[in-house]
Design a binder for this molecule. Structure first.
Ligand SMILES: [Zn+2]
Length: 315
């Protein structure tokens, strides 16, 4: 008998038919619509083992995955759904690869395509109403060998703005964490709160709706530190980034922050259903575009510091 519980036990074995039904409902929530002419009736046809939906009016053939995040993928539908299920736990691509039995690159790509769908969902929901805003920096340090020398490397802190609207009970109605252009590293330290203030203004311009009725945002004072819901969420996000992934560089930081906020917002609702819906309505993104994506922050150079080994002088 196994002596400990494993995450393996919690991965459901979805049937292909169930996945097809769920994706159909996500892609066409109001029933089938021909992507070419908008006609609502179809014949189901099968071509080389693929199910196709042929429009009864114009004979256009649409596959289930066309126009969704899953388009063009050779990974079976059930594995995609398992990956969506596991995103509720926020696991790394390495663990995902092991659990759903795909290569690391496939797992990495699936996770990033899911994050892409989440990012599109997020971009359609600007913050509204009474807001709380918090300026933070994300950075981390780690050790690695360069040749035989152990060096400490540090990612220069990247400015991140956390913004949220809360309901009367203090629960998040919406939550965003956005990496923003801003002063970096030494410049940031030198400029202190002025830099954060600048970053917050950029965040408001881009992510907050209804600016016309005046600035209703409440900026959190340093005195709030550690106690507000925003601080707690930010600390959770940083812990997740650093413990699960060993820290995230500037290029993909935004995608991971989006994923974190999506999970946090669906803590009391059905995150899997919402994620399936996002995937069914979002066009896919290619690997080439994913790795070439320019992040919202400029590339930040790495800082090196040699650590002395016993009996060795650092020159
Ligand atoms: Zn048609």
């Amino acid at each position: 008998m196994p002596s400990r519980f494993s995450i393996r036990d919690s991965v459901p074995a979805f049937s292909t038919t169930d996945c097809e039904h769920a994706l159909f409902a996500a892609k066409w929530p109001d029933g089938f619509r021909c992507p070419r002419c908008g006609h609502p009736h179809y014949y189901e046809v099968s071509s080389r083992g693929r199910r196709l939906f042929e429009c009864r009016s114009c004979a256009h053939q649409a596959s289930l995955t066309a126009g969704t995040v899953l388009e063009g993928s050779r990974t079976p539908l059930a594995k995609w759904f398992q990956a969506m299920f596991l995103m509720q736990l926020g696991i790394s691509a390495r663990l995902l690869a092991e659990l759903i039995e795909v290569t690391y690159k496939t797992a990495w790509l699936i996770n990033h395509k899911l994050r892409h769908a989440i990012g599109v969902w997020d971009s359609e929901q600007p913050l509204e109403g009474d807001l709380q805003l918090l300026g933070e920096y994300y950075g981390y340090e780690y050790h690695r060998y360069l040749g035989s020398v152990l060096v400490q490397q540090a990612l220069k802190p990247q400015p991140v703005v956390v913004g949220a609207s809360l309901d009367a009970a203090g629960d998040f109605v919406h939550l965003k964490m956005k990496a923003v252009d801003g002063p970096e590293g030494d410049d940031a330290a030198r400029r202190g709160d002025a830099g954060v203030e600048e970053a917050v203004e950029r965040f408001v311009e881009k992510h907050v709706a209804g600016q016309a009725d005046g600035d209703r945002a409440e900026r959190l004072e340093p005195g709030h530190r550690g106690r507000s819901a925003l601080h707690v969420a930010w600390r959770e996000a940083v812990r997740w980034l650093n413990w699960t992934f060993g820290g995230i560089g500037p290029k993909h930081l935004q995608a991971y922050l989006n994923e974190f906020c999506f999970r946090r917002l669906h803590i009391r609702t059905d995150m899997l259903a919402e994620l399936i819906s996002c995937c069914g309505t979002t066009r896919t993104i290619t690997y080439r575009r994913l790795v070439g994506l320019r992040a919202g922050v400029r590339p930040i150079p790495w800082a090196y510091r040699r650590l002395a080994r016993p009996g060795q002088r650092v020159g």
